[in-house]
Ligand binder design. Structure first.
Ligand SMILES: CC(C)(COP(=O)(O)OP(=O)(O)OC[C@H]1O[C@@H](n2cnc3c(N)ncnc32)[C@H](O)[C@@H]1OP(=O)(O)O)[C@@H](O)C(=O)NCCC(=O)NCCS
Length: 260
């Protein structure tokens, strides 16, 4: 059995190197000794946190440090940006996600892109979340599936959207609602992504991937802002609707239609 705060699996993803770290669970989890590979500043930050939050925060830092090490980076303190994302040195991008017993992190050499990762447990179906996180056209796709497959489909779409949020947040720097994106996971572990951003940021080139590991959905999204969209406020435009075919054959298109 893997001890808490130890690496339990790694994956070489299309969007970087991913490391998963086990978290202490159950009574006494919060009292579990902090791992030795935190910096003094990280220890001080962790000790100031509420006990349960401390566990996941520390697990995320341990996972990200291990993932970065795989790429040859020896990380000093991993702080947080004002938006809550992990702050990393130039040349490196990364993202963190955690659930009760596991923390994952992806690290990647920066190539003018950003990355988001998300982990969601498949256990304990809560299909009611579909209303909150899926658009009506997505819900229709889910409803058309065999009932036994519906929960996994909801989790996939939810997880990909959280990964999209983390990947585009450095560019948009605002809360992006779940209905501002439409995703369609494909059997081969890719996904089609459409963005309909209220503030018309972008356009973005997005690449989304997913897999199931140990009863969890692991999603990652890489984003690249193709060019800044200059919106002329005197033009009333329909929301621009950008379609991305994600996977081996990738393209994007942008339609901005002027209202008559
Ligand atoms: C921010 C958010 C995505 C985090 O997801 P979550 O499932 O609650 O938590 P996770 O464990 O997956 O991720 C938490 C980690 O995300 C990272 N994170 C937090 N805010 C972030 C941001 N603005 N940008 C990038 N990463 C962020 C942090 O590393 C955090 O862990 P840490 O604080 O321990 O370092 C989520 O809380 C949220 O606000 N979602 C609503 C918006 C959304 O997803 N819209 C979909 C648009 S398509």
């Amino acid at each position: 059995m893997t001890m808490p705060f130890q690496q339990c699996w790694t994956r070489k993803l299309s969007h970087g190197f991913c490391v998963a770290v086990t978290l202490p669970v159950g009574f006494g989890a919060a009292q579990y000794p902090l791992p030795g590979d935190l910096t003094k500043e990280e220890v001080a930050t962790a000790l100031a946190m509420a006990p349960l939050r401390r566990v996941s925060w520390v697990g995320g830092r341990v996972a990200l440090r291990l993932a970065a090490r795989e790429l040859g980076f020896s990380l000093a303190t991993i702080g947080a940006t004002t938006r809550g994302a992990p702050s990393l040195p130039d040349g490196l991008i990364g993202s963190i996600s955690h659930k009760s017993c596991l923390a994952v992190a992806v690290a990647k050499r920066a190539q003018g892109d950003t990355v988001g990762v998300d982990l969601e447990q498949l256990a304990r179906p809560r299909p009611r979340i579909a209303k909150l996180v899926l658009r009506s056209d997505e819900r229709a796709c889910v409803d058309a599936l065999d009932p036994a497959s519906q929960w996994k489909e909801i989790v996939l779409r939810f997880s990909l959207k959280e990964a999209i949020f983390k990947a585009i947040d450095p560019h948009v720097q605002r809360y992006v609602g779940f209905k501002e994106a439409r995703v369609e996971p494909k059997e081969d572990g890719t996904a089609e992504i459409w963005l309909e951003l209220k503030e018309k940021e972008g356009p973005f080139e997005l690449d989304g991937r997913w897999m199931v590991v140990d009863g969890c959905v692991l999603s990652s999204v890489r984003a690249r802002c193709v060019r800044k969209t200059v919106v002329n406020p005197s033009h009333h435009t329909q929301p621009h609707y950008t379609k991305y075919r994600v996977g081996r054959r990738r393209f994007f298109s942008l339609k901005t239609k002027k209202l008559e």
